[in-house]
Design a protein around this ligand. Structure first.
Ligand code: AR6
Length: 168
């Protein structure tokens, strides 16, 4: 099941929320900043111990003061025009996050629109890649049971709604 919701990801009571982080894992703006503020300083401490994450990969921490038990930090690609494997890296972010989730018995997971803010990925293209990757993973693995994509504004909602409709 893939469901779109319009909400602040930091308020969701799911097993894991996904963070659109950067390779340092030391925090930043956008959804990353919001997650660190809501989780509290222990999140940064755990991230420092991990020591970074490559673009397209994902790592997991506890959720600390968040309602979510875990945070899966993934690093989306910076959009550079589309000729630098941006779509492959973006797909990898969704897939690696889901692999970590099922390896840790996570049944409910919420994604933000990875790379669609500061990293400048065109929304329609990001939405297509996100939805195709999520659906393929679910078709193959049959879990996690609940996958949410959080649409923080109307433009994101419109792009992801269209991409979801195109799946069937
Ligand atoms: N809940 C859900 N979605 C949100 C929230 C929130 N609280 N806040 C923002 N968004 P961005 P990126 C949406 O820029 O493009 C950071 O500085 C936002 O509207 O957060 O992957 C990192 O440290 C947009 O649709 O992530 C990196 O340096 C989406 O989340 C860099 O930005 C992603 O926007 C990563 O850039």
């Amino acid at each position: 099941m893939i469901k779109l919701i319009s909400d602040d990801i930091t308020t969701l009571k799911v097993d894991a929320i996904v963070n659109a982080a950067n390779e340092s894992l030391l925090g930043g703006g956008g959804v990353d900043g919001a997650i660190h503020r809501a989780a509290g300083p222990e999140l940064l401490e755990e991230c420092k111990k991990i020591g970074g994450c490559k673009t397209g990969n994902a790592v997991m921490t506890r959720g600390y003061n968040l309602p979510a038990k875990f945070v899966i930090h993934t690093v989306g690609p910076i959009w550079k025009g589309g000729g630098n494997n941006e779509h492959l890296f973006l797909a990898s972010c969704y897939r690696r996050s889901l692999e970590l989730a099922i390896a840790n018995n996570i049944n409910s997971i919420a994604f933000p629109a990875i790379s669609c803010g500061a990293y400048g990925f065109p929304l329609d293209e990001a939405a297509d890649t996100a939805m195709d990757t999520l659906q393929s993973f679910l078709d193959k693995n049959g879990k996690p049971a609940e996958v949410y994509v959080v649409c923080f504004d109307a433009r994101v909602r419109a792009a992801f709604t269209q991409a979801l409709q195109e799946l069937d």
